[in-house]
Ligand binder design. Sequence first.
Ligand SMILES: [Zn+2]
Length: 442
Amino acid sequence: MSAYGKEAYGLYRKFSSKAVAHTIKSYSKFSIPYPYPVAQSIEAANGMEYPMICFNYGRTEKDGTYTEATKNGMLGVVIHEVGHNFFPMIVNSDERQWSWMDEGLNTFVQYLTQELYDNKFPSRGGPAWTIVDYMKLPKDQLEPIMTNSENIIGFGPNAYTKPATGLNILRETIMGRELFDYSFKEYARRWAFKHPTPADLFRTMEDASAEDLDWFWRGWFYSIDPCDIAIDTVKHAVYDPTAAAPAARNGGLQRGLDKPAVHAFEDISKIRNKQDKSIVFLTDADTTLRDFYWRYDRGLEAYDSVTKQPAPTFGAPTVLSDEEKAKYADANLYEITFLNKGGLVMPIIVEFTFADGSKETKRLPAQIWRKNENKVTKVFYTNKKAVSIKLDPMRETADIDESNNSWPNVAEPSKFTLFKTKSVGRGQSVGLSPMQAAAGNK
Ligand SMILES: [Zn+2]
């Protein structure tokens, strides 16, 4: 149930209790069934959790409209605070000692829950690429996740988003969804109403999955090393200096109004969720949740034709001319040397793009680094000639320097342009929102 003032009617009437119910269902699926008789979302100016009750922000403008940031922030905070019933209130870790054990695990399941709410939800914590800005900071500004909570400087990334991202990388890239979900559920089942420490999580994930994940715990939780795998050399192919650089990126909608908050980059979790026929997104099951921004994100809600521009496009793949293509024989042997410049070992994911436009992805487990964690060489066989090779094409490993991930080495477009969807402050936004502009036009 929910309670809220009239200033929040426009958001809370529509979303609050349904978000609470969705959270309980989703968390119950990933951990243990919700054991309490009630869950309450109370509208307030903050976000804070207590057993069975929590306080969440999110108010409309005076005219009843709201910005997309306010709506998504409100949904995110409701899911997060309700989610705390599971971590740390049921799986009762010590948050004063290890904040990441409840905030990190909770942020992770919050992310899974948001993704099941709407396939376009612009989650900021969870996808590997969203932690890159933090991972590339100078080392004297970083500290391991395994740092006592009293001593943490960067609380948000350290306790919330880096652990959540690490678990998502484990799920999507290292263990696979089936094995991860079984093991994570087993952790919740074993430690519900008990007091787990970090080692209990690490051991249970290994014990339940029968996978040795020591290297991952050491790298992601005990060190500050980032992932930066580079393609050092590629043999049996010729660098093409005439390769066209990717087209300049579209800046998106004109300034003045917020552009849709959905990420231009559709990450691997969203794609897999969409392909999983067992998943029904809440906004599809309950179409009353399709508000202005649901339609706006999908281009169904026009508010001002002047500001409409084509969706941003990514850099075009390198294309060789016919003449250059002819020079290549049917070479299909590629010896690639990879450098581990960041220190953190990760699976190596190599995408070959062939002359006919088709692609093939080869995935090497992190154990490839076991005898030499600095440099490895691997020979790949392909049926066609590759025109380009790219590391981690789906951005699954939080690689902090993508400029060394491509062969031929093409200039990477500005990442600022890529990541214009940035966090906004809590509560309400300032200025005219698309929803207000649409209301004014009608
Ligand atoms: Zn929290």
